[in-house]
Design a binder for this molecule. Structure first.
Ligand code: ATP
Ligand code: ZN
Length: 283
């Protein structure tokens, strides 16, 4: 039985639940339940506060857990990062009052900086050879300069609108973070085997998320050129259409490329282009 810890409710919950669902690990999320067994996989899911997960994984209360890289780094717990999961992406930045001039990171020397992540900030300042006065506070960090508690803040930024509405501007990125799976460092052989099974599924799901399946119709004389820009997993599938001189071409595309490629395909006479999500991809 593999014990998997995920965030009970918050910005990691949906992504964590979706990932387990896409891996076909089914369980009922009973209201207020702390732990629930999976119905079709040798695992149990624990619902916890994200900040508690590193310690629980280190102690072996949970075997693996899904948390933000930022929480992993801040916790300094003895657990290993098993896999980056590609969701709940955010950055942690230093911000200062908007009306202050900023010429570089030396600005922060001897300043008072408010943050909920003193560990990450200490490491960053040390790396830059700077010393500052770190004020560790647990919520609403962005109001600290306004009330005279600090000269700057270091916090999670997604759009920057919270900073803006508090009269702050973002001046340095300290860290980029995404959800990661962390694991206990001494799992026994049985647990390792279950984890490998889960990781195999996670790989298939994550790989599929980056790709789309493309189907299109094209005049036969342009097939060769179209195939050149549509490499596919091995090579694209080409099937004759009922209409003479036309074929249907199927392939797999990296999602990030697809707009550029779609234009080229259209220029080569492709019609009826369908872009379909891929659920799992095993190579
Ligand atoms: P908990 O009650 O479990 O302690 P929390 O308030 O500490 O929750 P959330 O705000 O739910 O945490 O954020 C959890 C994680 O989601 C963060 O540590 C970070 O890794 C990630 N995250 C992604 N985008 C954002 C964002 N825009 N704001 C805050 N966190 C984000
Ligand atoms: Zn938290």
């Amino acid at each position: 039985m593999l014990k998997i810890a995920i965030q009970k409710s918050g910005r990691l919950s949906e992504g964590s639940l979706d990932l387990l669902k896409d891996c076909n690990v089914k369980f009922s999320k009973g209201k207020g339940r702390l732990v629930t067994p999976a119905q079709n996989f040798p695992a149990e899911v624990l619902f916890l506060r994200d900040d508690d997960i590193p310690q629980y994984v280190e102690d072996g209360v949970a075997d693996v857990g899904i948390i933000g890289e930022n929480v992993y780094l801040e916790s300094k717990r003895n657990v290993s990062i098993i896999k980056k999961l590609g969701f709940s992406k955010c950055r942690m930045s230093l911000a200062i009052p908007r009306n202050q001039e900023y010429h570089g990171v030396e600005f922060f020397q001897d300043k008072r900086i408010a943050t909920s992540y003193p560990g990450i900030l200490t490491d960053f300042l040390e790396q830059k050879g700077l010393e500052a006065d770190i004020h560790s506070i647990s919520g609403s960090v962005e109001i600290a300069p306004g009330i005279g508690l600090a000269d700057a803040v270091m916090d999670i930024v997604s759009t920057g609108s919270t900073l803006l509405s508090n009269g702050l501007k973002e001046v340095e990125t300290v860290l980029k973070s995404e959800a990661v799976m962390v694991g206990n460092k001494s799992l026994d052989a049985t647990k390792k085997q279950i984890l490998d099974q889960l990781l195999f599924r996670i790989d298939a799901v994550l790989r599929a998320r980056g790709f789309k399946y493309v189907l299109l119709n094209a005049p036969n004389e342009n097939i060769a050129q179209i195939i050149e820009i549509l490499p596919g997993m091995k090579s694209p599938t080409v099937l004759p259409l009922a209409e003479q001189g036309w074929s249907s071409i199927h392939s797999v595309l990296d999602e990030s490329d697809f707009w550029a490629i779609i234009d080229k395909l259209k220029a080569l006479g492709a019609e009826g282009i369908l872009i379909v999500p891929i659920e799992k991809m095993v190579i």
